[in-house]
Ligand binder design. Structure first.
Ligand SMILES: [Zn+2]
Length: 699
C-alpha cells in the first residue's frame, strides 16, 4: 500500500562524517544519529505530545509576529524548515506506535496523540500571520538569490497557504479550519476501526477443505475445537484462493466486506460531504479537482479519460477471462457434485482466478511457496537491492525495537562506506497491528538546522505468514511481490537527498509515488533475481526450470479482471469525490457490475473497508494505475534493454529517480532517466494489449 513516518535514540553527541560522493553537496557533513525511540509509556506519550505542541507553536509565533521589515530567509523559511525537521521526527515517535505497539494502552495513547497533533497541524497550516510573512518574503527577495530547492520550498508554502484559503476572508478561513480538524479525526478513526477489528469465523476442517495443512495448523481453536479464521490478510487471501467449499468462501468474503460497516459507513459519508464543502469554499468544483491540482494528472477530467480509455481497452480481455473462469466453475461443480448456477460471484473470483494460474498456467502456488521461505527471500531481496543501488546493509544486533519480531538494518553507500540511513522490518501480523503492508517514513533524510545531513529512517510494516513450530514462514509469490514493492518505498525514503523535509523521500506527486516501487516489483518476474531469492525450504534445491518458466508466463494470467477491478476501485474513489450525493455501497455495486461483470455481494459495503479513502489517497487511488505507465516505461526502456541486474542502470535510477525525492517534478526526473518523454506503450503491452507500431508486421 502506501507510505506513511521511528527507533532508539543514540545518546551522546552526533557523529559527523562526510557524506557519500553522490549527494548534493559533498561537503555537507552527515549525522548518523537515529533520533527515534520506542520506550515511551502511554503517560509519557501524552506529556511529550503537549510539550511538542508548545515548542513548535513557539516557533510559529515568533515567525508570525515579526515586523515585516525584519522578514528574511533565515527568520522565516529556514526557521519553518528547521522546526519541520525536529517536529516530524518527534511526531513520528508519538504517532507511529498506534500502528505497531503490542500494548493496547500505548496504541490508544498514540492514537490520541495523533488526534491532538493532527488538530495542531491544522492550526499551524492556517496561520495567516506566517503566510503573510512568506508572501512578503517572496515579493522582497531578489529573484534567483535563493538556491533552487529553497525557491521551490518558498513557492510550495505559498501554494499550500492558498490551498488552505489564507488569502480568503477570515470567516471562510475559520470554516475551512474547522472542517480540516474534523476530517483528520475522522480519517484516524476510520483506519483505527479497521486495524482493531477482531472478527473471526469458526469453521470445521471439512469446511476449510482445499487449504494446506500448514495453514490449518497455524489457526487457533475455539472452545468447541473449531478453527478460527480471522479477517487479516494471511487468513483472508489464502482462504479465498484455495478453499473449495463455496459456502465458506461466501461467509468469509461477506464478513470481510462488512468489517466496521456501521461505524465506517457513517464516517465515510461525513468525510465525503466535508471534503466537498471545503473544496467548494476554496473555489474548486469538486474535491477531486482540489486534490488533483497537485498531481501529474491535474484534473478529474484527465483521470476519468485515463480510466475510461483503459477500461474500454481491457473490456474484451475481461470478458474472455470471465468466460474462462465460468467454464472452470462449471467443471468444478460437476466434479464436486455442486449445483452450477451459471454465475461468478464475488467469493468465486479469487478462487477461480487462482485456478486459472494453476490449470492454464500450471503454477501450483502451494508447491511454489515451498521455495520461498522468508529467510531466503529476505536474503535474496536485500542482496538484489544492495547490488543494484550500490548499497550495503548491516543487521544491527540487539537494537531497541517495538516488538521482538522487528529487525533494524543500517544502510551504507557502498562506494564511500558512509551511512545513509536505517530501516526496520516488521513483517508478521499480530493483534492490533496495522493490517496492510506499508512503508512508514520515520526520520526524514534532509538537512538539519546546523546544515548537517540527517539520515533517513523508515519502517516496512507487513503481515506475512508467520512461522509455526513445525514450518517456517513460506511466502506466496504475491507476498514476495508485496515485499519487493514496499521495500521499494523504503529505498526511495533512504536514497533521497533532498535539503528540505518537505521534499524528502516519497514526498513526490501522489500519482507518481507508486512508480519506483512498482518498477522494482518487476524483479519478482525475472529468472535471475527469482533464483536468487528462492530455495526449497527442506531440500535446499532451486525452483525447477519448468515451474519458473510457468510462473513468469503466469504474469499475464487474469490481467483483464485484475486491472478492471483496480479501475472499479479508482472509479468509486473518483465518484465519491466528484459527486456529492453518491452512495458508496451502491456506487461500488454499480461499477462492479458494469466494469467487472461480477456483482458485489448483497449486504456488504466494500467502501467502508477501503482504507485508502481515509489514508491520504482520496481521489488518488487511480495513481496505482497511472504511475504504472511510468514504472513499466522505466523498466522496459532501461533495465530490460541493458540488463535487469545492471548496476550502471541501477545507479542511474538511484541518482535520477530516487535521489531528488520531491525536490524536482516527476516529469523532469523521468525525462532524464528515459532520455525522452514517457510513453504508454510498455504499460499497455504489460496488460496484454496491442500497441500500434509494436505489433509484428502482418504479411
Ligand atoms: Zn505502494
Amino acid at each position: 500500500m502506501g507510505v506513511g513516518g521511528v527507533q532508539q535514540a543514540v545518546s551522546g553527541s552526533p557523529l559527523y562524517r562526510a557524506c557519500a560522493g553522490d549527494v548534493l553537496d559533498t561537503a555537507t557533513p552527515c549525522s548518523v544519529v537515529n533520533y527515534l525511540r520506542w520506550d515511551l509509556s502511554a503517560q509519557q506519550i501524552e506529556v511529550l505530545t503537549k510539550e511538542l505542541i508548545e515548542q513548535t507553536k513557539h516557533v510559529y509565533d515568533k515567525v508570525g509576529s515579526q515586523k515585516f521589515e525584519d522578514v528574511s530567509y533565515e527568520s522565516t523559511l529556514k526557521a519553518l524548515a528547521d522546526v519541520e525537521v525536529s517536529y516530524t521526527v518527534q511526531r513520528n515517535i508519538l504517532d507511529f506506535p498506534q500502528h505497531v505497539s503490542p500494548a493496547k494502552d500505548i496504541r490508544s495513547a498514540s492514537t490520541e496523540a495523533d488526534k491532538k497533533l493532527s488538530e495542531f497541524d491544522v492550526e499551524m497550516s492556517m496561520r495567516q500571520d506566517v503566510y503573510q510573512r512568506i508572501v512578503w518574503l517572496q515579493e522582497k527577495v531578489e529573484k534567483d538569490s535563493l538556491r533552487p530547492e529553497a525557491q521551490r520550498y518558498l513557492e510550495r508554502l505559498i501554494k499550500l497557504g492558498r490551498r488552505n484559503g489564507l488569502h480568503l476572508p477570515k470567516e471562510t478561513q475559520e470554516k475551512i479550519k474547522s472542517i480540516k480538524k474534523k476530517l483528520s479525526l475522522l480519517c484516524i478513526d476510520f483506519n483505527k476501526n479497521l486495524n482493531e477489528d477482531t472478527t473471526f469465523l469458526p469453521f470445521t476442517r471439512e469446511e476449510l477443505g482445499g487449504l494446506p495443512e500448514d495453514f490449518l495448523n497455524s489457526l487457533e481453536k475455539t472452545v468447541d475445537d473449531k478453527l478460527k479464521v480471522t479477517l487479516k490478510y494471511p487468513h483472508y487471501f489464502p482462504l479465498l484462493k484455495k478453499c473449495h467449499v463455496p459456502e465458506t468462501r461466501r461467509k468469509v468474503e461477506e464478513a470481510f466486506n462488512c468489517r466496521c460497516k456501521e461505524e465506517n459507513c457513517a464516517i465515510l459519508k461525513e468525510l465525503v460531504a466535508l471534503r466537498a464543502q471545503k473544496s467548494s469554499l476554496l473555489g474548486f468544483r469538486t474535491h477531486a479537482d482540489y486534490v488533483l491540482e497537485m498531481n501529474m494528472a491535474k484534473t478529474s477530467q484527465a483521470v476519468a479519460t485515463f480510466l475510461d480509455e483503459l477500461a474500454q481497452k481491457l473490456k474484451p480481455l475481461g470478458e474472455q477471462e470471465r468466460a474462462v473462469i465460468l467454464e472452470l466453475k462449471k467443471a468444478e461443480c460437476a466434479r464436486r457434485g455442486l449445483a452450477f448456477d451459471g454465475r461468478i460471484h464475488a467469493w468465486d473470483m479469487r478462487y477461480y482466478m487462482n485456478q486459472v494460474e494453476e490449470t492454464r498456467f500450471r503454477v501450483d502456488q502451494n508447491l511454489l511457496k515451498e521455495y520461498f521461505p522468508m529467510q531466503v527471500v529476505t536474503r535474496g531481496l536485500l542482496g538484489i537491492y544492495q547490488e543494484l543501488l550500490g548499497l550495503t546493509f548491516h543487521l544491527e544486533e540487539g537494537a531497541t525495537v517495538w516488538h521482538e519480531d522487528v529487525r533494524l538494518y543500517s544502510v551504507r553507500d557502498a562506494a564511500s562506506g558512509e551511512v545513509i540511513g536505517k530501516f526496520y522490518l516488521d513483517l508478521y501480523p499480530r493483534e492490533g497491528k496495522y493490517g496492510h503492508a506499508a512503508c512508514f517514513g520515520l526520520q526524514p533524510g534532509c538537512l538539519r538546522q546546523d546544515g548537517s545531513r540527517q539520515i533517513a529512517i523508515a519502517a516496512m510494516v507487513a503481515n506475512f505468514t508467520k512461522p509455526t513450530p513445525d514450518a517456517p514462514s513460506l511466502l506466496q509469490h504475491d507476498e514476495v511481490e508485496t515485499y519487493f514493492h514496499e521495500f521499494g518505498h523504503v529505498m526511495h525514503q533512504l536514497c533521497s537527498q533532498a535539503e528540505f523535509a518537505m521534499f524528502s523521500g516519497t514526498h513526490v506527486e501522489r500519482d507518481f509515488v507508486e512508480a519506483p516501487s512498482q518498477m522494482l516489483e518487476n524483479w519478482v518476474w525475472e529468472k535471475e533475481p527469482l533464483l536468487r531469492m528462492s530455495q526449497h525450504y527442506r531440500t535446499g534445491s532451486a525452483v525447477p526450470q519448468e515451474l519458473l518458466d510457468k510462473l513468469i508466463k503466469s504474469r499475464q494470467a487474469n490481467t483483464g479482471l485484475f486491472n478492471l477491478r483496480q479501475i472499479v476501485l479508482a472509479k468509486v474513489d473518483q465518484a465519491l469525490h466528484t459527486q456529492t450525493d453518491a452512495d458508496p455501497a451502491k456506487e461500488y455495486a454499480r461499477l462492479c457490475q458494469e466494469i467487472l461483470g461480477v456483482p458485489a455481494t448483497p449486504g456488504t459495503n466494500m467502501p467502508a473497508t477501503f482504507g485508502h479513502l481515509a489514508g491520504g489517497y482520496d481521489a488518488q487511488y487511480y495513481g496505482y494505475l497511472w504511475s504504472e505507465v511510468y514504472s513499466m516505461d522505466m523498466f522496459h526502456t532501461r533495465f530490460k534493454q541493458e540488463g535487469v541486474l545492471n548496476r550502471k542502470v541501477g545507479m542511474d535510477y538511484r541518482s535520477t529517480i530516487l535521489r531528488p525525492g520531491g525536490s524536482e517534478d516527476a516529469s523532469a526526473m523521468l525525462k532524464l532517466f528515459l532520455g525522452r518523454d514517457p510513453r504508454q506503450d510498455a504499460f499497455l503491452l504489460s496488460k496484454g494489449l496491442q500497441v500500434e507500431g509494436s505489433e509484428p508486421p502482418s504479411c
